[in-house]
Write a protein that binds this ligand. Structure first.
Ligand code: PEP
Ligand code: MG
Length: 583
């Protein structure tokens, strides 16, 4: 009998295919053999992981708060003791040597052996210490793998399979770009989690937040993924299969229709030219962006250059990458956002461990300001690459004028450093900020005077305004883009920037939702920065909008204070002309 699971629709059309389950956690540790020549380095890798774990635990013990329970210190000491015991510090090395296998798998084998020894202990207290063993092993494992535990192996990925995972980290999702799959679905994650955003750039159907799909779905089972309604159907019967084949054909037909406006300019019915820029994570994203007629790059998420690696990229490496990007943009503007690292975009070398509330912590510009060498290195690379085209620099997560002024000071220092070293660069580049924290939107009158442009990041703006984790589907009901307070913050930011004649774009996912295009146009927005695969749908909405006529409907939405009425008012914005035509 078919089973229907409901989740959050992330993208794009429909897929019918065979399931491949992705592994997760310590149960699915990578397992591979090691060449004789590489045994020494594998051993060094394990020893290093032990050293790192020890350092973390010692650090933790040193910083125990005064009001912490007294046994906490004793627990950490116990964990340190376990870590130094030969059973963990030495035995896995022997397994690596004997079996010529990777360190993670050797650790797992040792865990299985020690677990069964614990199980056979008759003393209750000692037997329950097994939990400590698991915790210590998990810590070593994390040190081996880095904070982001990548679950995807390249041979997991094929054209015609549907990936089913508990969760997929943004670092893993970028791997899909080179290895096409037909759809992917996850148990956790909200519509604007970074992984979901990456999902949209892939132009394949995906559904997130299905809660228990991974445990309900079996390997090799055939399922339907409906990325439009956010539905996954297990064991579909012939009637349902027929229905979805029809829907797929219809979707393809609509896509073909949209393809026809690729070379049409994004001008409204009342002759207002609108800019459509692309959000990209890597240079290769420019290909689709250019194909769909993007006017440039409104958001290059540079932090993806910092992920999936063991150390920070050097100034030279960054310079080369940005130069290549700028040259490929061939004179079109490229807005490079400095690294927005932290929370779920957490590089291995950064090792942000034991942070209670990462999205509120040392992330985005806060991290750059706390690591000025990293920040200035990146800005020097951007300034140097700016010689080859029209580059703009953008700072993420600005919360106050104090941070903005610090950024400007660091930028000036970076320029002085390049001057002193006699290195060529473009000094005259535009700088702007992301408006993604409510305090920035509310302080727009002040901030706008110090920048050349702003870009509204609605993904985080909603997260921080509603205090709702953008990646957590259990509170997704609060993640409402058309909530009156969100619209007020967006509209205030757009109006303030327009009044000061400073360019303003929206680069959050709201800009990519063609259902919201008219509304944003009616608020005075003239620049949209969106993933390449949404360009045509948004352009289609633009060329069918008369901004002047739309404004009065948008104003009544902006006056509305009732979140439950927002959808009805939005519907009016999108359909008033259809009613007029029908009348
Ligand atoms: C945003 O927050 O809206 C945004 C565009 O930035 P990111 O999604 O990378 O956090
Ligand atoms: Mg953001």
């Amino acid at each position: 009998m078919s089973l229907v699971l409901h989740g959050i629709p992330v993208g794009k059309g429909y897929a019918i295919g065979k399931v491949h389950l992705l592994s997760s956690g310590l149960d699915d540790v990578p397992h591979y053999t090691i060449d004789e020549d590489n045994i020494e380095s594998e051993i060094a890798r394990y020893e290093n992981a032990i050293k790192q774990t020890k350092k973390q635990l010692e650090e933790l013990r040193k910083n125990i708060p005064d009001d912490a329970p007294t046994e906490l210190g004793a627990f950490i000491s116990f964990h340190l003791m376990m870590l130094s015991d030969v059973t963990l510090s030495h035995a896995p090395l022997e397994i690596i040597k004997e079996q010529k296998i990777n360190a993670e798998w050797a650790l797992r084998q040792q865990l299985v052996k020690l677990s069964s020894q614990f199980d056979s202990i008759s003393d209750d207290y000692l037997r329950t210490r097994k939990q400590d063993l698991n915790q210590v092993v998990e810590k070593i494992y994390k040190s081996l793998r880095g904070v982001e535990i990548s679950n995807i192996q390249p041979n997991d990925l094929f054209e015609d399979i549907i990936l089913v995972a508990t969760d997929i980290s943004p670092a893993d999702a970028v791997l899909f770009k080179e290895n096409r799959v037909s759809a992917f679905i996850t148990d956790v994650g909200g519509p604007t989690s970074h992984t979901a955003i990456l999902g949209k750039t892939l132009d394949i159907p995906s559904v997130f937040g299905l809660r228990n799909a991974r445990s309900l779905i079996k390997e090799d089972e055939w399922i339907i993924v409906d990325g439009v309604s956010g539905v996954v159907i297990l064991d579909p019967d012939n009637v349902v299969l027929g229905e979805y084949e029809k829907k797929t054909q219809q979707y393809k037909k609509e896509q073909r229709k949209l393809n026809k406006i690729k070379n049409v300019s994004a001008t409204t019915l009342d002759e207002i030219d609108i800019e459509i820029l692309a959000n990209i994570e890597e240079i290769s994203d420019l290909t689709l962006a250019n194909k769909n007629g993007a006017n440039g790059v409104g958001l290059f998420r540079s932090e993806f250059l910092f992920l999936n690696r063991d150390e920070m990229p050097s100034e030279e490496e960054q310079f080369e990458y940005y130069s290549k990007l700028v040259k490929k943009a061939a004179g079109k503007p490229v807005t490079i956002r400095t690294a927005d690292i932290g929370a779920d975009k957490n590089p291995r070398w950064f090792r942000q461990l034991d942070v209670i509330n990462p999205a509120m912590g040392l992330t985005g510009i806060r991290l750059s300001l706390a690591e000025p060498i990293m920040f200035r290195t990146q800005m020097r690379a951007i300034l140097r690459a700016a010689q080859f085209g029209k580059v703009k620099m953008m700072w993420p997560m600005i919360a106050s004028i104090t941070e903005l002024k610090q950024c400007i000071n660091h930028l000036n220092t970076a320029k002085e450093q390049l001057d002193d070293a006699g290195v060529e660069f473009e000094s005259d580049i535009e700088v702007g900020i992301m408006v993604e924290i409510p305090s920035a939107a509310l302080a727009m009158n002040t901030l706008i005077k110090h920048v050349d442009f702003i870009s509204i990041g609605t993904n985080d703006l909603i997260q921080y305004t509603m205090a709702v984790d953008r990646g957590d589907d259990s509170v997704n009901y609060l993640y409402q883009p058309t909530h009156p307070v969100i619209l007020k913050l967006i509209s205030h930011s757009i109006k303030t920037a327009n009044r000061h004649n400073k360019p303003v774009s929206v680069c959050g996912e709201m800009a990519a939702d063609s259902n919201l295009t008219r509304m944003l146009l009616g608020m005075g927005l003239k620049s949209f920065s969106i993933n390449a695969s949404s360009i045509l749908a948004v352009k289609n909405a633009i060329v069918n909008t008369n901004v002047q006529e739309t404004e009065k409907y948008v104003n009544s939405l902006l006056r509305n204070e009732n979140p439950d009425r927002a959808d009805a008012l939005l519907y009016k914005i999108n359909s008033y002309d259809k009613f007029e035509q029908d009348a």
